[in-house]
Design a protein around this ligand. Structure first.
Ligand code: M6R
Length: 614
């Protein structure tokens, strides 16, 4: 989603802004731009498309004093209001003197535009953002200084947003504000920098301040004044952050997604070793999680993280005998949920910034539930606001499609399941030890799963021209069918639907027609014959069937068109671990189909990595 970078007090401000924006590219965007002030004059350069295009535009034209400017703001835009075109690209400039970059949505922008005191203003864009510089101008025209004008503007705004503004007549100040959408200020000695996340600015600073909701600040090269929502000057904590992890590269892979799929054995070692102690105890406190006897657990998330939650429901209920409810965060937050029967909520989020998940967590807090975040990005809003955090530690995930995050979230959730089960004696010590032993073998098993890559390429070539697909799974593999379908549709743009195998006859079977690819995840769990029958029913109606399964199941379903065999895993436990093992073929299939179709795999159309608007 939109990325913001701003800087004051540093030579080559524009270059630094561009470097910061590069690091926000993973969030997904459709246009980019920057504005800077030089000799009390505002300049701006914008382009539709990726940052490389903006950089080309800059290098091909002579932009006045671009190198010498010490104040600049920049933006990558993911369109919410208004088409993707130059006019709507940020910074949104008013009268060549006020520039604003904005992330989020100003919900009352139409009402604000209609204010009588703005009657004389012409709005040139179709964005909600434009109302900000216009309001600032109206207040400045009435004699207020820049800070007071921006503050007055802020007080009129409703919605979830973060923005930064500069004014050419006040060239020594940047105004920033945050309400729900993230914003971080980096503290350099003689300069200050602002970013949508700390990753975008740690090439310049190693101390940051996370603004809280309702905060706004006026930033000068040597000082930062922060105000809270009650307009009182406030001291927010200065946090030391890991120094720059550098620009993440593809390391010879064609796409970040491919790299991230193949990284999974290694990153899983990080996830596991950060939570599993030498004595095989799991470093997770179920007490801090607020889990109580006879109380159910609530898990909430969005997208792929939600499908990890569904797998966790199956695991925790089966292994620990504790009932679990899963909630799509976007639904939970608005439906006046009850807290009866619950003492805790787990939220799962790679980015730690998904607005729906954040809001679901806040809703749970209002209901007095203890909140635990399973999160990848340390210092993200969800991490900071949760009562307790457990990190997946997979490093930056750049591809919009979540891959290594999913398997690491599952691993954390499995550790929670057996910890709970061991604590409430649903499993004995021997079983516990056995599970721990198997968790330690997971990285190696994932390496073996990756070896089926070439078989999957073969299938991808066969189905790449289809327009529709169906994914099926049962039990632990039902959420995987949903995840497989999500992965395929988001990066290949092929319509894909996931169903529980047993649901086929209740409607979806009507979709089957000649040659429709039906992809089934299957494991010998005692119910495989039922699922095989479901597949037979699809074959009878002309479907092309692709089975991703263990050896035993494949032997029973010789009629399928293609079969992918997952590597052997300890027989007694293969069902339990199947969602982690089969995540790899699901990801590889989506990846290769998309690559064959030539889509923008890492930044698919219309999508963003951090979904910070509703
Ligand atoms: O950062 P989060 O885990 O909160 O993100 C949730 C979803 O937006 C995310 O999983 C999304 O569905 C991915 N594009 C899936 O690949």
């Amino acid at each position: 989603m939109c990325g913001i970078v701003a800087i004051i007090g540093k030579e080559n401000a524009c270059e630094h802004v561009l470097n910061g924006l590069k690091k926000l590219e993973y969030r997904g965007y459709d246009s980019a731009g920057l504005a800077y002030i030089s000799d009390k004059k505002m300049f701006n350069v914008r382009s539709v498309g990726k940052l490389n295009k903006l950089i080309k535009v800059i290098s091909e034209s002579k932009y006045s004093k671009l190198e010498s400017s010490k104040i600049a703001i920049g933006h990558t835009r993911w369109a919410t209001h208004g088409k993707v075109n130059i006019k709507n690209t940020h910074p949104i400039i008013y009268d060549k003197k006020i520039a604003v970059v904005h992330n989020g949505i100003i919900e009352n922008y139409e009402k604000l535009k209609a204010k009588s005191f703005l009657k004389s203003y012409n709005f040139e864009t179709t964005t909600d953002t434009e109302v900000i510089p216009v309001l600032i101008d109206s207040f400045v025209s009435n004699g207020k200084n820049f800070f007071e004008s921006a503050k007055s503007t802020l007080k009129l705004m409703e919605g979830a947003y973060a923005f930064a503004a500069i004014h050419q007549d006040f060239p020594n100040e940047i105004f920033v504000a945050r309400n729900t959408s993230p914003l971080v200020i980096g503290v350099g000695q003689d300069f200050k920098v602002v970013g949508s996340d700390s990753h975008s600015i740690t090439q310049l600073v190693n101390q940051v301040i996370y603004l809280e909701d309702g905060d706004y600040a006026i930033i000068r090269d040597k000082e930062i004044e922060i105000y809270d929502k009650k307009d009182e000057i406030t001291n927010r904590k200065i946090v030391n952050v890991n120094t720059d992890i550098g620009v993440v590269t593809k390391d010879g892979y064609r796409h970040f997604m491919e790299k991230e799929i193949f990284e999974q054995p290694n990153v899983l070692i990080n996830t596991i070793s950060s939570l599993l102690q030498e004595n095989d105890k799991i470093d997770i406190s179920t007490q801090k999680m607020g889990i109580k006897k006879n109380k159910s657990i609530l898990i909430s998330a969005a997208g792929t993280s939600f499908y990890a939650a569904v797998v966790a429901k199956y695991w925790i209920e089966k292994i620990a005998n504790i009932s679990v409810s899963v909630e799509l965060a976007s639904e939970y937050r608005y439906r006046n949920p009850s807290n009866i029967g619950f003492s805790s909520m787990i939220v799962i989020s790679q980015s730690g910034e998904s607005i729906d998940t954040l809001m679901a967590m806040r809703q749970a807090k209002k209901l007095n539930l203890k909140t635990t975040a399973i999160v990848n990005v340390e210092g993200s809003t969800i991490d900071r606001e949760a009562d307790y955090s457990i990190y997946t530690r997979v490093g930056p995930e750049i591809g919009v499609a979540s891959t290594k995050s999913f398997t690491s979230q599952l691993t954390v959730l499995f550790l929670i399941s057996i910890k709970l089960a061991n604590e409430n004696n649903s499993i004995n010590n021997k079983d516990y030890k056995n599970f721990v032993r198997l968790i330690k073998t997971l990285p190696n098993s994932l390496s073996k799963c990756l070896k089926i890559n070439s078989d999957i390429i073969n299938i991808a070539q066969k189905i790449k021209n289809t327009s529709h697909t169906i994914f099926l799974g049962r039990g632990y593999l039902y959420p995987l069918a949903l995840e497989g379908a999500l992965k395929l549709k988001e990066i290949s743009y092929i319509h894909a639907e996931g169903f529980a195998a047993g649901e086929m006859k209740h409607g979806p079977i009507a979709l089957i027609e000649e040659n429709l690819p039906v992809i089934m995840f299957l494991i010998s769990d005692g119910l495989e014959d039922k699922s095989i029958s479901n597949l037979q029913e699809a074959v009878s109606r002309g479907a092309r069937t692709i089975l991703i399964a263990d050896k035993e199941s494949i032997a029973k379903a010789k009629f399928v068109n293609f079969a992918i065999e997952i590597p052997e895993f300890e027989k007694k436990f293969v069902t339990t671990f199947s969602p982690i093992l089969m995540a790899i073929p699901a990801q590889l299939l989506a990846y290769h189909v998309a690559r064959e179709r030539g889509t923008d795999v890492d930044q698919p159309r219309n999508l963003a990595k951090s979904v910070t608007v509703e």
